[in-house]
Write a protein that binds this ligand. Structure first.
Ligand code: ZN
Length: 163
């Protein structure tokens, strides 16, 4: 399997921008989606959002265990409950953080055929969808953890840059 894109890592400003809505779901978007899915599997990720490969568009791919899916212009309509879980990110490699996010969400987004899907997700799937939607708003899991954990994480990341 090829990996058409290099995954952008912490420190790259593209990870901090708010991505644009996709107005035309065309062949170029289908190709982008297919390449993102290849890249995600090559990196053994559960999800991959467009800014992680340098594209500022509101699209992500994921596979929480039921095959690859693409979400375009996703929206978290509602969220409820709390769930503590360990999370990692391909753009913050080899670092894992346990923190709380909402347990359940009502989510909507468009597929590659332009059909809108709205559904409820809980636990792991809700977690993945929230993580990837954050990427499209320029947010990283580092913004969600406690300030003590963040200080420690940023120290580790700075040390990595030096070497
Ligand atoms: Zn991520």
């Amino acid at each position: 399997m090829s990996a058409p894109f290099e995954i952008r890592e912490y420190g790259d400003p593209v990870l901090r921008t708010r991505c644009r809505e996709i107005t035309n779901i065309d062949a170029a978007i289908a190709k982008l989606s297919a390449d993102m899915i290849d890249t995600m599997y090559s990196a053994r990720g559960v999800g991959l959002a467009a800014p992680q490969i340098g594209v500022r568009s509101r699209i992500f791919v994921y596979d929480e265990g039921n095959g690859p899916k693409t979400m375009i212009n996703p929206v978290i309509e509602e969220s409820s409950g709390t769930w503590e879980f360990e999370e990692g990110c391909l753009s913050v490699p080899k670092m894992y953080f346990t923190f709380v996010r909402p347990k359940s969400i009502t989510f909507s987004g468009f597929d590659l055929d332009g059909n809108q899907h709205a559904f409820k997700a809980t636990d792991y799937l809700a977690r993945v969808l929230q993580h990837e939607t954050d990427h499209l708003d320029g947010k990283l899991l580092l913004d969600r953890i406690t300030s003590d954990d963040r200080k420690q994480a940023l120290r580790t990341l700075r040390l990595r840059e030096v070497h």
